[in-house]
Design a binder for this molecule. Structure first.
Ligand code: CO
Length: 142
């Protein structure tokens, strides 16, 4: 039973040892367009940069500080790699209640993410091994 259908794929999160290394792939080799220059997001422990393709965005994230939630990921995957996928919803609080009601672990409370909108993450062990980010957007209802 699905109380709230998922919206569009908003972005794919790619963890990188450095934003520059990520830009060599997603901008220089693949021809993506940088739509947000690298910026620090101390609250999330990451440095981020957005690279757009015609139908999706790549979110490059580099560890910021020793306590970064992606520091361990980079320890295990020195070259970086796919870290999460992000889907849109119209109502973040309704989505959280919906997932919790179906036994999916929500990691923390909704908080402002790299895009300046409310997000939360779903436990990969409840989601087939993939870390899934849920983002509220005005267009989230489809
Ligand atoms: Co993300």
């Amino acid at each position: 039973m699905s109380a709230q259908a998922i919206g569009r794929l908003n972005h794919v999160g790619i963890a990188v040892p450095s934003i520059e290394a990520g830009l060599k792939v997603y901008r220089d080799l693949l021809g993506g367009r940088v739509t947000r220059e690298p910026f620090d997001l101390p609250a999330q422990g990451v440095r981020a940069c957005f690279v757009d393709t015609p139908n999706c965005q790549v979110e490059l994230i580099e560890p910021l500080g020793a306590e970064s939630p992606i520091a361990k990921f980079i320890e295990k995957n020195a070259a970086g790699g796919q870290h999460h996928v992000c889907f849109e919803v119209a109502d973040i609080h309704a989505a959280k209640a919906d997932f919790e009601g179906r036994g999916v672990r929500v990691l923390g409370e909704p908080r402002i993410g790299a895009h300046g909108t409310l997000v939360f993450f779903l436990h990969p062990k409840d989601m087939g091994g993939t870390l899934i980010e849920i983002m509220e957007t005005p267009e989230g209802a489809h």
